[in-house]
Design a protein around this ligand. Sequence first.
Ligand SMILES: *Cc1c(COP(=O)(O)O)cnc(C)c1O
Length: 371
Amino acid sequence: MENKKIWLSSPHMGGNEMKYVQEAYDTNWVAPLGPNVNGFEQDLKNYTGAGCVSALSAGTAAIHLALILLDVRAGDEVLASSFTFSATVNPITYQCATPILIDSERDTWNMSPEMLEKAIKDRINKGKKPKAIIPVHLYGMPAKIEEIVAIANRYDIPVVEDAAESLGAKVKGKHTGTFGTMGVFSFNGNKIITTSGGGALVSNEAEYCQKATFLATQARDDAPHYQHSHIGYNYRMSNIVAGIGRGQMEVLDKRIAARRTNFDFYTQELANLPVSFVKEPEGFFANRWLTTILTDSYEQREKIRLALASENIESRPLWKPMHLQPVFKDVPAYTNGVSEDLFNRGLCLPSGSNLTDADKERIVEVIKGCF
Ligand SMILES: *Cc1c(COP(=O)(O)O)cnc(C)c1O
C-alpha cells in the first residue's frame, strides 16, 4: 500500500455515469447519436454559456473541423501557441496548411499577445495573411484571451480557442472557449472530466456547430439515397460515451474545486522552497487542471522528477514547445525564449481530483527531500 502508484491525473467517475450508459443500452441507442449526445451538448451549453455545441469523437477532431469551417487549405498559414500539446498544431497540417508558432508570455505561460501581433505583421509583410489563430489555455490557466481577440479583430482573423485543458476556467466570469469564433474542449482520459475519449466544438454562432455536426457525420446531403456534396468525416461522439459525459457534468464543479484545493495545498506546503507557481492574473479563474511548478534549474527539476518516480509517483516535464519538436523543426516560429525556459525548469505534479490527503502528503515529502 505504501508504494501505491500515484498518477498525474486519472479518471474520476462521479457515480451517475453508468445510469446514462445503462439507459443508452436499454433503449438500444448504441450509436453515434441519441439522447445522451443531445443531453451532453445541452449540459455543456448550459455550463459554458456557449451559443451552440457539437459533441465530437475528440478534441483533435474539433480543432480539425474548426479549421475546415474557416476554410483553411493547402498553402494557408495558421498561427498557434508553440507551448502546447501537439494536438493543437497537428490538424493544421491535416489541411496541408503551415503552422506558424507563437511563443508564450510569463504571466499565464500562454500565447504572448505581443509576439502574436509581431507575427501577424510579419506574415502580412511577407505576403500572406494568416487564416486563423489558435491560442491555448494550458493547464487550465486562461490565456490573455481578451487581448488576443482584440488583436485578431483588428486584423480580422478568426480565433479558435484550444480549451481542451481549461473547461470551467474563466476570464471575468466568461468561460474559456467562448471568446473566439469557435472553441474546443477535450474529454480524454486525463482531462478534468473524461468520457474516456471525446471532444466538443462550441461557438456563439449556431451555424458553426450545425456545420461541424454535418461534417462529423459524413456530410450527407438531404436525400433518400446517400448523396454527398462535401468531403465528410466520422468524428461524431457516440451515445455511450456521451452518457459518461452527462454523469461527469454533474460533478464538474466538484472536480474543479478539488483541483484548486490540490494547487492550494502544494503552494502552502512548498512555500519555503525555491519553486514558483503560475498565479491567476486579476479577473482570471483557472481550473488548475494540473498544478505545475517552476524550479531553479533543469537539474533540480530532474532531481524532483526522478525522486518522485522512484517512489512510484508520476510527474511530467511541462509540454515541450512545438518549435523544439523534430516534426516541426522547419516551421516558422516567433520565439522569445519563454516556453523553452519553462520546458527546461517546469514540472507537472500529480493533480487528480481523486488524490487523497495521504497521497498529497507523500508527494510533498518526496519533493521537500530534494532540497
Ligand atoms: C488533450 C488536448 C488536445 C486534444 O484533445 P483530444 O481529445 O485528446 O483529441 C488538444 N489540445 C490540448 C492542449 C490538449 O491538452
